[in-house]
Design a protein around this ligand. Structure first.
Ligand SMILES: *Cc1c(COP(=O)(O)O)cnc(C)c1O
Length: 364
C-alpha cells in the first residue's frame, strides 16, 4: 500500500511495479569550448525545413482550438501515398503511442507479446502497462532477429508479435524472404506488428515490403513514424497501416485529440517536401557507411546497420565507452552490460566519435 501526501491509502495497479523506466537519451553535457552533440536518441540532426516551419507557424495560430480528431487530411494523404484505404490508417502520438493503442486493443492482463531482445526499450514498457507479459527472444550472433525462435515462442496467450526492422538498437533488419515466411506461419489471430521506424534508411537487397505483407495478411500491422527520417520527433506523430477492423480498434484506444494540428500539418508539409528530405536521408546513409567503414577499420565488430545509428557490442565496457564519449562532448546511449548505440549525427560529431572509438580501442 502507498500513502499519498495526506496519508490517504492510494491503490495503484500491481502492474505498475513491473513497468521498467524509459531511459531517454540524454542531452550532451557541455565540455569547455567543444561543441556538444546529441547522439543518443536517433534524432535527425538537420533543422526543420523552412517550408515545414512556415506551416507550423501558421498552424500555431489555431492552438486555442482542438485539432481534427479524425486526422482527416493526413490520413487521406497517407492512404494515397501508400495505396491503401483511408480506413486502414490509424494515427497516434508517435509510433510509440500507436503501439500503446495496439497493445490496449489486444492484450488483457496475462496475455503475451513476443518480441526480440535486445530491441526497442519501449516494448516491455507498453506491454507491462497493459498488465501483459513480454516474451523476449534473444538476437543471434549478428545481432539479428531469430524469427524461427520467435515463431516457436508463440503460445495460447500470445496476442501480438513485434518485428523491429531495422532493429533498434543493434541496426540490422530482416529480409523480405524471411519475414514473408514468418508471417505465413504465424496464426491468423495473432497480430504481427512490423515496426519500421527507420524504413527510409534501408538500402539492402531483399528489404522487407511490409505493406505488401499487410495487403496479403489482415493480421499484419505496419508501424511508421515521422520522428526519424522526417525530423518531427518533437511533434509526436506516427501511424499504423492495418486491416480496417484493427485500425478502427486503434482509433478507439487513441488519446482523444492526441495528435495536434501543428503535428498534422507538419506531417503533410513533410510529405510535400519529401524530395528535400530525401537528400538529407541519402547524406545520412552515406555518413553511416563512412562511420561503419572507419570503425571496422579500427577493428570494431560493428553489426551491419540499416538505420541511422550504429551499435558497439561492448558488453561490460558499455558504460566506460559512454563516459569516454561524454568526456568528448558526445552523448550516446549505453545499455549497461550489453552495448552502446550511437546515432549518425552531424559530420563533426561523427568524426569526433570515430576518434574517441580509436582511442578507446587502443587504451580501453
Ligand atoms: C524511434 C522509434 C520509434 C518511434 O518513436 P515515436 O514515438 O514515433 O517518436 C518506434 N520504434 C522504434 C524501434 C524506434 O526506434
Amino acid at each position: 500500500m502507498t500513502l499519498d501526501d495526506d496519508g490517504t491509502p492510494v491503490r495503484l495497479r500491481d502492474a505498475l511495479a513491473r513497468v521498467p523506466a524509459y531511459k531517454a537519451g540524454r542531452p550532451p553535457a557541455p565540455r569547455g569550448d567543444l561543441t556538444a552533440y546529441k547522439m543518443s536518441s536517433n534524432e535527425n540532426p538537420y533543422p526543420p525545413l523552412p517550408s515545414v516551419l512556415d506551416v507550423v507557424h501558421e498552424a500555431a495560430t489555431e492552438m486555442n482550438r482542438y485539432p481534427d480528431m479524425a486526422v482527416t487530411d493526413l490520413t487521406v494523404r497517407l492512404a494515397e501515398a501508400l495505396a491503401v484505404a483511408p480506413e486502414c490508417i490509424a494515427t497516434g502520438t508517435g509510433s510509440v503511442g500507436v503501439l500503446g493503442q495496439i497493445i490496449a486493443a489486444t492484450c488483457d492482463p496475462g496475455d503475451e507479446v513476443v518480441h526480440a531482445w535486445r530491441s526497442f526499450e519501449a516494448y516491455p514498457i507498453v506491454v507491462a502497462l497493459a498488465g501483459a507479459e513480454s516474451v523476449m527472444v534473444g538476437l543471434d550472433e549478428q545481432h539479428r532477429h531469430r524469427l524461427d525462435a520467435m515463431h516457436a515462442a508463440i503460445g495460447d496467450r500470445t496476442k501480438v508479435v513485434i518485428v523491429c526492422t531495422p532493429n533498434n538498437p543493434t541496426g540490422p533488419g530482416v529480409t523480405h524472404t524471411e519475414l514473408q515466411r514468418f508471417v505465413e506461419r504465424v496464426p491468423d489471430h495473432v497480430l504481427v506488428v512490423i515496426d519500421e521506424a527507420y524504413v527510409e534508411f534501408v538500402t539492402t537487397q531483399d528489404a522487407p515490403d511490409a505493406l505488401a505483407l499487410h495487403r496479403a495478411h489482415p493480421n499484419v500491422v505496419v508501424l511508421r513514424t515521422f520522428s526519424k527520417a522526417y525530423g518531427l520527433a518533437g511533434l509526436r506523430i506516427g501511424y499504423a497501416v492495418a486491416s480496417s477492423v484493427v485500425a478502427e480498434a486503434l482509433r478507439k484506444t487513441a488519446v482523444p485529440f492526441g495528435v495536434s494540428t501543428v503535428a498534422q500539418r507538419a506531417a503533410i508539409a513533410s510529405l510535400d517536401a519529401f524530395n528535400e528530405l530525401e537528400v538529407r536521408i541519402k547524406d545520412l546513409v552515406a555518413e553511416r557507411a563512412r562511420v561503419l567503414a572507419a570503425l571496422r577499420e579500427q577493428g570494431w565488430p560493428i553489426p551491419d546497420s540499416q538505420a541511422n545509428f550504429v551499435w558497439f557490442p561492448l558488453g561490460a565496457k558499455a558504460l566506460a565507452f559512454a563516459a569516454a564519449c561524454s568526456e568528448a562532448g558526445l552523448s550516446v546511449r549505453p545499455f549497461d552490460g550489453d552495448g552502446v548505440r550511437v546515432t549518425i549525427a552531424e559530420t563533426e560529431a561523427n568524426d569526433r566519435m570515430i576518434a574517441v572509438a580509436a582511442r578507446f580501442r587502443r587504451d580501453g
